[in-house]
Each structure stands twice: as C-alpha cells, then as structure tokens.
Design a protein around this ligand. Structure first.
Ligand code: CS2
Ligand code: MG
Length: 405
C-alpha cells in the first residue's frame, strides 16, 4: 500500500489546528494532528518542505520504519517542531493501518484494558466560590475528577482563568502579540491552600481533585506547596516546577507525598527518562501530538509501567480532536492508564470540521468500533476557518523579570 500524497491543513475554528492527511494507492487515507500552539506555521513548513517529499512511494504499513527514518534520519533529533511533524505522520499511518485491517487502533495495540476512559474536567473561576460552583456543576454531570484553578487576587491574569474572554484571540486583543501576565508566588500561596480547604469542605472527600501549577514555582517552593496540600489528598499536582533539569524533582519528592504529574511540553522519552526511572513522578502527561505520536507514546507508556508511573495525556483545547482520538486508543489499551484531561470537544465550528463518535457519560469517555482512529476531517469545512496568528502569554515577575508561563 503506497503513500501517494501528504496534505497539510491549518484551520482556526476558535484556535489554530494543523492537520495532516495521508493518501494511499489503496484508496485509504489517514489523519494526524501536528498542532504546536503559537508556532503552528513552523510545523506546516517543516512538513510540506522537508517531510512530505520523503514519504511519497513508501509503504504506508511501515509505521515503525517511517518513524525511525524521520527521527534518526533527520540527524537533528528531538525538538517540538520535528516531533509534532513525526507525530502527525505516525497518527495518520496508524489510522490507515486500522482502516486496512477493519479494526480500531486500540485493537492493534493489544485490545482493551478497561471499559472506558476516566476523565477530569476543568473548574476555573475568578473567585474560590466561583471555582467551586463550577466544580459542583461538573460533579452533578457525573465527573469523578475535577481540576481546580482560581484567579490569584492582586495579579492581572492567572493561568487557566480566561474570565470574560471566549478564547485566546480575545485575550491577545487586536495586535496580536503575546499577552503578558504577572506572577507572584507569595500571592499565589495566600490563595491556593484556602481553595483546597474550601473545596474539601464543600465537595467532600469522594471526588478527585487536581491542580496545575503551570511551572510557576521553584523546586523548594513546590516542596512547600506539596506539604501544605497533603491534607487535601490531591489526585495529582501538575507541573509544580520545571524539570529541564530532571533532578529538580528529587528536591520536591524528598519533602512531600503529593502525587506529581509532568510532561505536556515533552517531545521524547529522553525528556522524562530520569523522572520515570528514579520514580520522581507518578503521572507522565506527554501528548501524542508533541511527543512523536502513538508509536512513541506506546513506548513511553511501557517504560513508565515498570516504575509505577501512569499515563495521563495532556488534553488542552489547543490539541485537535485527532490528538484526543489517538489518546483514546492509547488510554483504553495501556495497562498503566491513569486519567485523561478533558475540556469538551470544542465549539460548534470545530465540530463541523472534526467528526467522531466518542461518547462522554458520567465523567467517562467511550470509543466505538470504527476502524482506525475513528475521526474524520472535513477539508471543505476547514477552509471556512483560515489560520489566525496567535501566541501563548508571557509571564513576568512583579519587578519585570521574565518568568515561566
Ligand atoms: C495546560 C495547557 O491543559 C493543561 O494542562 O497546561 O492549558 C497549556 O497551557 C496549553 O496547552 C499550552 O499550549
Ligand atoms: Mg498543564
């Protein structure tokens, strides 16, 4: 089955999505997600100019060989642009293989390890009360796990809380240039413990609670936060500190028993090898789109399973529904699946472009038995939503120093 064409699309039904479609001489095609938030066009150029020409005429069944060819063969290994491109190709090839076999991708991975995929929803509010009102709504809908994020009093904007803004484009205004956000660790600490104290008092002890620090703290500050949050039994604390130096997590780990999760910006197994091998984390949050696709995530999941680390794939709105589909197949298969972040399936515009049969009920997501990834991409509908330049925010300390966003 030969690859005959590789098409790359960029559409913006509320956020930019980069989609790859691979066609074969058997009449089968597959789709993959290559979205790199804020740097989308770099991946588009990389795919069109450097990757697509190498694929024409290759056997679409050779997923592993093509993966290795694009990874080892490029000489400049790793990196977010390269790995997002490889990821999209890899997803599309798994989609094709499933369609050729007449089986959903999870069957090719080894079959189901569970009935459905447990999700966590987002509750983000301007005040603690507002955050907990939203959490209560999710719990009423059947969610068993909720991530709590609350605006920090005294800061202009807080990660995860968009306020009255519908999307990132609104946040950026008419320029568009990266919006700037302030950070103050002391003000954050004043809010965060209170948030979880009130959450347990109001929501009880049966619901799983999560929180994303978004890498704003130093390791010793994360250690302190972990200790302060221990009484509230979090499911996990996400991105407490950066781990470019993976030893940072030794500092956090030696002080607290709060379960730790990290990995949404990672591109390869090498970014998390020490964290996993030294059991410094409990959940690895790599996304199929940013870490080399299904082939790479399967390898990371197997490696992690030896060290009691579970997968909890990134599920932000800037990953396209095709990435969500890839995660669904990995999550239903992986013996060491933990939890899936879930922010809904996007808006009505996005639903016109990405069509799938996933079902969400009582906080769980279910797959049907459609062959391949089980998701369709409507090229014509996508054309109605052209690319819009967009940036992620930049963070600064109150004295103006650039900080981790
Ligand atoms: C996040 C994301 O979902 C998450 O946990 O940290 O919102 C992240 O900020 C974006 O994906 C960045 O593109
Ligand atoms: Mg996060």
């Amino acid at each position: 089955m030969k690859i005959t064409e590789v098409k790359v699309f960029v559409c913006s039904p509320g956020r930019n999505f980069v989609t790859v479609k691979i066609f074969t001489d058997a009449g089968l095609y597959g789709v993959g997600d290559a979205t790199l938030n804020g740097r989308e066009m770099a991946v588009v150029a990389y795919l069109q100019e450097h990757v697509a020409p190498c694929l024409i005429g290759r056997n679409a069944h050779d997923i592993e060989d093509i993966w290795q060819y694009l990874y080892k063969g490029v000489y400049w290994r790793k990196g977010p642009v390269n790995m997002a491109a490889i990821a999209a190709i890899d997803m599309a090839l798994w989609d094709i293989k499933g369609k050729a076999a007449g089986l959903p991708v999870y069957q090719l991975l080894g079959g189901k390890s569970r009935k459905g995929v447990t999700l966590y929803a987002h509750a983000s509010g301007e005040t603690i009360e507002d955050t907990l009102d939203k959490a209560e709504q999710h719990i009423k809908q059947g969610f068993k796990a909720v991530r709590l994020q609350c605006a920090v009093p005294g800061l202009n904007v807080t990660y995860g809380v968009l306020g009255d803004k519908a999307d990132y484009f609104e946040l950026q205004g008419s320029r568009p240039l990266p919006p700037e956000e302030e950070w103050c660790t002391q003000k954050y600490f004043n809010m965060i413990v209170e948030l979880f104290q009130q959450a347990r008092a109001r929501l009880g002890n049966n619901v799983h609670l999560l929180h994303d620090v978004h890498s704003r703290l130093t390791p010793i500050e994360s250690a302190r936060l972990g200790k302060l949050l221990e009484p509230f039994g979090l499911f996990f604390l996400e991105d407490a500190s950066m781990a470019e130096n993976q030893d940072n997590y030794k500092v956090i780990r030696q002080h607290t028993t709060v379960p730790l999760a990290i990995g949404e910006t990672y591109n390869t197994i090498w970014d998390c090898k020490d964290l996993i091998q030294n059991q410094l984390i409990d959940y690895i949050r790599v996304a199929a789109t940013h870490a080399g696709g299904i082939t790479a995530l399967r390898r990371i999941a197997d490696f992690a399973s030896i060290y009691n680390v579970k997968i909890a794939p990134h599920g932000a709105p800037d990953l396209s529904p095709i990435c969500f589909a890839a995660h669904m197949h990995l999550n239903i298969w992986a013996p060491n699946f933990g939890i899936q972040e879930f922010v809904g399936f996007g808006n009505a515009h996005s639903a016109r472009i990405f069509k799938h049969g996933f079902e969400v009920k009582d906080g769980m997501a279910y797959l049907n038995d459609a062959p391949g990834l089980g998701i369709e991409f409507d090229e014509e509908a996508a054309q109605e939503y052209p690319y819009k330049r967009s940036y992620l925010p930049v963070s600064r300390l109150e004295d103006g120093t650039v900080w981790n966003w």
